[in-house]
Design a binder for this molecule. Structure first.
Ligand code: PMP
Length: 354
């Protein structure tokens, strides 16, 4: 039996996607060649890239609105510097909500003045700062929609007059938002979209071309946009599996449907965290992430027993990140609610045993 996979990323992918991807490794589209041994310029692969880009924009409701969807390499971490390289002339504003925001700020500082408008570092990033002021003379505002490590999520995005840039690595395609408010959205594939190896960057093209510096071709969004993500050899397997996952999402009803399922999963785990006297939630209630639920044992003495129960139940990947400790249940799109129920059952079993 497969394990219940709560891994934080790379993470669970739909079973049928894994099956199709395996088939394509051996014989892609019935052409008697593997997906990973044909030219990325072959018509079979170009169709994959076109479809992946189209589906990404379609899910976000951004088709025919001046946006491009690019499948790039280097992970979301490369986007930390890429955004600044392409957009930062003088000054940018960043909201610091955790490890990934902090890293994005560090990279951007190499390119100009960075104003950290607010930070929740004072409480080990267990909440999302609110009510902060954003300067008006900035080239862009950057935030992280979902904080994978700390289990917090931005529910209301600030209104900004400058371009709005968002790292949505760990909650893209999981909830409905007005995506047209964003000028750049980026996300490593390895949570809700596919395997590690490609990064989706969705860009409103009008924000490009406004910096004074020369940009190396591989880091220039305009180059990739002009070449439809085919400036150089794209990560063909990662793009293919992302395309399959985006198609899977479309077939089950898109973001609207998956958001309902994600909310049901979140409700199930968080109500147990709040009910069970042996556990306490880490993130502030109003900022809780439906993607990553972080929680700790009230008494660490129960750790070995709970870990044994979790292992016996086939629960994989629930250990918390070292900066939070405790547990983290990552419940990405492909995780069925049945797996969350198994986790809840283990928590209740601990309560009976303790
Ligand atoms: N941003 C967020 C929100 C993340 O969760 C991660 C990875 N877990 C990253 C950025 C870094 O992504 P990558 O490893 O693809 O560079």
């Amino acid at each position: 039996m497969k394990k219940h996979n709560f891994s934080a990323g790379p993470c669970i992918l739909p079973q049928e996607v894994l099956k199709k991807a395996s088939d394509a490794i051996l014989n892609f589209n019935g052409i008697d060649l593997s997906l990973i041994e044909i030219s990325h310029r072959s018509k079979d692969f170009i169709a994959v890239m076109d479809k992946a880009q189209e589906l990404a924009l379609e899910h976000l409701g951004l088709q025919n609105k001046g946006y491009k969807a690019l499948f790039l390499q280097g992970g979301a971490s490369t986007q930390f510097l890429n955004v600044a390289y392409n957009l930062l002339n003088k000054k940018a504003a960043y909201l610091n909500t955790g490890t990934w925001s902090t890293k994005a700020i560090k990279e951007a500082k190499l390119f100009g003045e960075i104003v950290e408008v607010a930070s929740s570092k004072d409480a080990n990033f267990n909440y999302i700062p609110k009510g902060y002021a954003i300067p008006s003379d900035i080239d862009y505002f950057h935030c992280t929609s979902n904080n994978t490590i700390f289990g917090t999520q931005i529910k209301d995005f600030p209104k900004v007059s400058a371009p709005l840039v968002c790292d949505m690595s760990s909650d893209i395609f999981s909830r409905q938002l007005d995506f047209s408010k964003f000028d750049i959205i980026y996300a490593g594939a390895q949570k809700n979209m596919g395997p590690a190896g490609t990064t989706l960057v969705v860009i409103k093209e009008e924000v490009l071309g406004k910096v004074d510096r020369a940009i190396p071709s591989m880091l220039d969004y305009r180059v990739h946009a002009e070449k439809d993500s085919m400036f150089n050899t794209p990560p063909v397997f990662a793009v293919y599996v992302s395309m399959l996952t985006l198609q899977w999402l479309k077939d089950l009803g898109g973001i609207t449907e998956i958001e309902k399922r994600n909310n049901a999963k979140a409700e199930l785990i968080y109500s147990e965290i709040d009910r069970n006297p042996l556990f306490k939630g880490f993130a502030a209630k109003e900022d809780r992430s439906p993607m990553n639920a972080t929680f700790n044992l009230v008494d660490e003495a129960h750790k070995d027993t709970f870990d044994a129960l979790a292992k016996e139940a086939g629960l994989n990947g629930i250990n918390g990140h070292r900066s939070v400790g405790g547990y983290r249940a990552s419940m990405y799109n492909a995780l069925p609610i049945e797996s969350v129920q198994v986790l809840v059952d283990a928590m209740q079993e601990l309560e009976r045993k303790a």
